[in-house]
Every structure is written in C-alpha cells, then in structure tokens.
Design a protein around this ligand. Structure first.
Ligand code: SAH
Length: 217
C-alpha cells in the first residue's frame, strides 16, 4: 500500500519540477519560477492524479480537456512578460492553474471558460485557494472581455484556426498575446502576437498540441 504523499512531499516534487523541467530548459524569469514553485498544481487535478501532478506532461481535467504541461504554462507566462499592475486576459480557464500562476504575477487577471461545469469548478477552486482577485466568467472567449480591455497580455490556451479579431482589438499598444494556432487534427504552432504603433507582428515560436478552441452556437 502507498502512503499518501504529504504536503512536504508535494513541495519537493514541485521543486524538482521547477529544476528539471523549467530551469534546465531555459525558463529564467524569477517571478515565473517563484510562481511555479508556489502554486500547488496537484490541487488543480482530481485526487487520483495528485501524484502525477508534477510530471512532465498534460493531465486530464474532465470534459475532454487538459491542464497543460508545466513547461508550457511557464513558457507562456514568461514570454508575455507581465509586471505587477498589468492586466492579463486568459482564454480557456480549464482547471484554473494557468490563471493562478498569472495571479502570482499581477493582481489583474481575467479568465474565460466556455464549458459551464469547468468554469464553475475553477472559479470555486480559485476562491478556496485564496485567489480572490481573479475575475472569472463563463462565455465564448472568442469575443474577449471588452469591459475589462485593453490588456497588456492575452494568453489563449486552446488552439484556434485563426487569431480572433476581437482579441487583437483588446490588446494594448505594446501588448503581447500568446496563442496556439492551427487545426485541431494537424500541427499547431505557438504564436507570439505583438502590437506596436497599431501594427500587428507575429512570431512563430514552436510546434505544440492544444485542445481545440470551441465556439458557442
Ligand atoms: N489554462 C487551462 C488549460 C485548459 S485547456 C489550465 O491551466 O488548466 C483549454 C480550455 O479552453 C478548456 O477548458 C476548454 O474548454 C477551453 N475553451 C475552448 N474554447 C474556448 C472558448 N472559445 N472560450 C473559452 N474557453 C474555451
């Protein structure tokens, strides 16, 4: 019989994840590393997956969705380079893990989830864990969050076939958006979108695999 890992064991697993999966692969931003060391990733998956929560891959969170691999969460958080006080929008709350990481970086986090039960459970989980400042809503993230725009950064965690125009519009001048683009059944690329002097620039960062971006009917 296995003993349940204690809180300390999770801390150790988390520290190991940060060293082996993040630092060794080029994540250097100290605020991001500290966030990844702090947020209890195991509490964002079901109890039977707690022991796998710090492994090097995505994990199921129900409703056919997944929580991204730790490296991808850290990479996306690092590349948008947000500072305290800046506003960030996430599309695809899922478990709420990426939103919690973002909340360690700034007090102004907005996150949208299209699947109602996931939106509800993530919102409750974030409340219970003390992330009371995160603004959550259940909606189709294609339209962004116009009332809270413009954003310094936008993080999209589901793969779109094209970049939703409302999200480009809601990006601040000088802002950064990170978004997986491509068809659900073929190769997708993580794209960095920047807006400078009203002009949109895109940079292809790496091939990735995300769950598909859905649309409300
Ligand atoms: N960031 C999440 C990962 C979730 S996976 C985490 O840290 O756990 C991607 C999520 O995007 C899924 O929960 C999916 O339901 C959601 N999603 C897909 N299309 C969406 C849309 N149009 N608007 C909002 N959420 C969407």
């Amino acid at each position: 019989m296995f003993a349940k890992p204690s809180i300390d064991q999770f801390q150790e697993l988390r520290q190991h994840m940060v060293e082996a999966q993040l630092k060794d692969r080029g994540i250097q931003n100290t605020a991001v590393l500290s966030a990844m060391t702090t947020v209890p990733r195991h509490l964002f998956v079901s109890e039977n997956l707690h022991k796998q929560a710090y492994s090097d891959g995505p994990l199921p969170i129900g409703h056919g969705q997944t929580i991204s691999q730790p490296f991808i969460v850290a990479y996306m958080s690092q590349i948008i380079d947000i500072r305290t006080g800046q506003r960030v929008l996430e599309i695809g709350t899922g478990s709420g893990y990426q939103a919690a990481i973002l909340a360690e970086l700034t007090d102004h986090v907005y996150t949208i989830e299209i699947v109602p039960p996931l939106a509800q459970s993530a919102s409750k989980r974030l409340q219970n864990l003390g992330y009371r400042k995160i603004n959550t809503k259940q909606d189709d993230g294609y339209y962004g969050w116009p009332e809270a725009a413009p954003f310094d950064a936008i993080v999209v965690t589901a793969a779109t076939e094209f970049i939703p125009p409302p999200l480009i519009k809601q990006l601040k001048e000088g802002g950064k958006m990170i978004i997986p683009v491509g068809s659900p059944f073929s190769i997708q690329h993580l794209i960095l979108v920047t807006k400078s002097r009203g002009k949109i620039n895109t940079r292809n960062l790496m091939p990735v695999r995300f769950v598909p971006f859905r649309r409300s009917k």
